[in-house]
Every structure is written in structure tokens, then in C-alpha cells.
Design a protein around this ligand. Sequence first.
Ligand SMILES: Cc1cc2nc3c(=O)[nH]c(=O)nc-3n(C[C@H](O)[C@H](O)[C@H](O)COP(=O)(O)O)c2cc1C
Length: 378
Amino acid sequence: MGLGFRLFARPIIALQDSERAHSRALKLLKLFSSNPFTRIPMRILFKPKKKIPITFLGTTYDHPLGLAAGMDKKAEALRGWENLGLGFIEIGGVTELEQQGNPKPRMFRSDSSNALVNRMGFNNPGSEKTAQNLKKHFDKFGRPNVPLWVNLGKSKLTPLDKSSDDYSTTFMRLWDYGDVFVINVSSPNTPNLRELQNDDELAKIISACQKINKKMSQEKNSNLKPILVKIAPELDDVQLKLVVNTAMKSGCDGIVATNTTTTRPVPNSKSEEKVFSQKGGMSGKPLKKLSTEFIKKIYLMTDGKWPIIGVGGIMSADDAWEKITAGATLIQAYSGFVFEGAGITKSIVKGLQKKLDIHGLSSLQDAVGLSHKIEDVE
Ligand SMILES: Cc1cc2nc3c(=O)[nH]c(=O)nc-3n(C[C@H](O)[C@H](O)[C@H](O)COP(=O)(O)O)c2cc1C
């Protein structure tokens, strides 16, 4: 499939505007997964045959690869992602208020460097409509058969000092539907959002969400939902330590490293220069090393005891292995789906099983943070 995708689909996609290609792909995925004649072949082609189970916060995932936030902001194609065999699905970012996001064009693709630049600005239907859509979906099809994660963003209109209300309102509205929630204070495309990574602001947001968490779990007689925080790869070591300490102290259950980067590599061509010079966050291959370095640092800071989700530039099993052995329990991809196609999940899961065999490990859990324990984990 990888070769087929590269030979046929990629050249066609390359001719299309990035956002339009993205929305067409989502529509197709939704369509194919709603019809048994296409759903079954889809599963056969793309869903990993074997499981490599891994336990994260008490839940066992079939394998560690999930869909990163931003790909399915409106939770439009849940059955599609299930049938493609994702280990978990993160929807959103969802904000309290509905918003259009930044003017188009706002998503740019560099095929030669396997990179995207986006400045979407949290375009989403808002938490009220998202809750209604999820209710409809759950009533019709039941809960997804893999954990559903929800990415929480902040509405552009909400002043920074009212951020905790914005995040906690969305959290409350979607509490029933999500299995895990991610507080995103790291998108570069909402003015000043990254300032919320500061100590006091972050503590305020987490504490407001934890308050709702306790209230909802009592009301519903159900467990608390795990809350994670997602960080930017531009924090210096002091800032990173502060964010980690604050999030841990405030009762966050783990960290997602990382969001897109505002840094840029040196372009190798005019077309790369055109994409790299766009304002926004870069994802894909150029982010890979930076996000892995963050995972390593967080793993060391927390003695490997605090769950890390690794995201940034995962395109292959080697990239996935690098993130896991750096310290990530689970991993996510966005750009990998754009550049490698829907077959990426199957090939990563297959490749990870091979790595476990090579290293004589019986469980993926034993590979988490392995690069800190032995030198050569290739
Ligand atoms: C178009 C686009 C939209 C995104 N939207 C969000 C978002 O709403 N919330 C979020 O936390 N991350 C968002 N991200 C970041 C991704 O979840 C991920 O952290 C980043 O793309 C790095 O992973 P990758 O290299 O596999 O793409 C977005 C990324 C892209 C490319």
C-alpha cells in the first residue's frame, strides 16, 4: 500500500489545495466506513492484523498509535478511524465557542520535506454542537471501539484571564463522551495561547477542569477522566521543568509532547521556501528530532514515572520506536497520514512487533524508555 500510495495517490493530492484535499479525504473516509461493502475491504487492507497491547492509565490499548489532534476537529469520521485500525482517536481541538478559524489558505504542504505548516486557528463547531454531534453518533453506533480522546482549545474571543472557564466549560460538555482529555495550551495559532503554559495560568486551568471532573464523576457515579497537558516544543529547559512540575502537582495524568513548532529548517528549494515562510506551526519530519528530545528530557525529569505521549514526525516504525524508547507510552501521528497514507498504522504496528522480536522483548511496555537503559536500541 505504501508504494501504491506514493505512486498514485500522492501525485494527485499534490495538485490539490491542502485543506481541500484534507476535507475530501475525511468525507471519503466517512463514506467508505458507512457502507459494509467498502468497510470490510478497508479493514482488511488497513487494520493491523495483530495486537501489541500496551496499558496506559489502567486502560489496555490494542497498540500504541493514535490519531493526533487537528485531523478530525469535528469528530466527523469516527467509524473511519476505527476501521483503519487506530489504537485511539483524538478529536478537536474543541473550543467553548464555535469559530471559523483564520482566513484561508491556512494549511500548506511541502512534499519534498514531508512537512506541513498550518495556521488553522481552532476552526471548530464549538463544544455545544460537538456534544450534540457526539450524542447522535453514540446513540446510533454506540461508543467507538477504541478510546476517544478530546483535545481542548481556547476560544479566540475569550480573554486570556478567563481561559480556565473556556477550557472547563468544554470539558464539562464533552465529559460523557471522551475517555481522555488533553488541555492544549500550545497551539501557535491562537494569539498568546502559549502564555498559558506559564505556572499560574496552567495551574488555574487544570484546577478548574479537575473541579468539573470531580463533580461529573460524582454525578455520574463514574471514574475521574484522565487529563493530560499538551506542550509546545519551544520551551527552554527551565520552562519545561516548570510546566511538568505544575502539571504533575495539579493532578494532570500525563503530558503530550509536542505540538507543532514555530521554528523552521533551512529550505532546500524554492517550493520549500514558499511553504516554510508561511506563518504558523510546522509538523512532520522536521519536527521529529525536536519532539523526541522533549520526550527524553521529560522522561529523565520524571524518572520515567509520568506518562508521556509522543507526537511529531512519526512516519514509520523506526520513528515510532524512537519515540517509545525515548520514553513515550503511546504515540500519535497527523502528518504521517498525509504523506504515507492510511496504510501507516498497519506498517507501524508490524514494524514495532519486529523491533520487539529483535530485542527479545515480550511486551511493548518493556520498550518504553529503553534508550535510557541501553545504548543501542536501533
Ligand atoms: C492542520 C493541523 C491542525 C492541528 N490542530 C491541532 C489542534 O487543534 N490541537 C492540537 O493539540 N494539535 C493540533 N495539531 C498538531 C498535531 O496534533 C500534532 O501535534 C503535530 O501535527 C505534530 O505531529 P505530526 O508531525 O505527526 O503531524 C494540528 C496539526 C495540523 C497539521
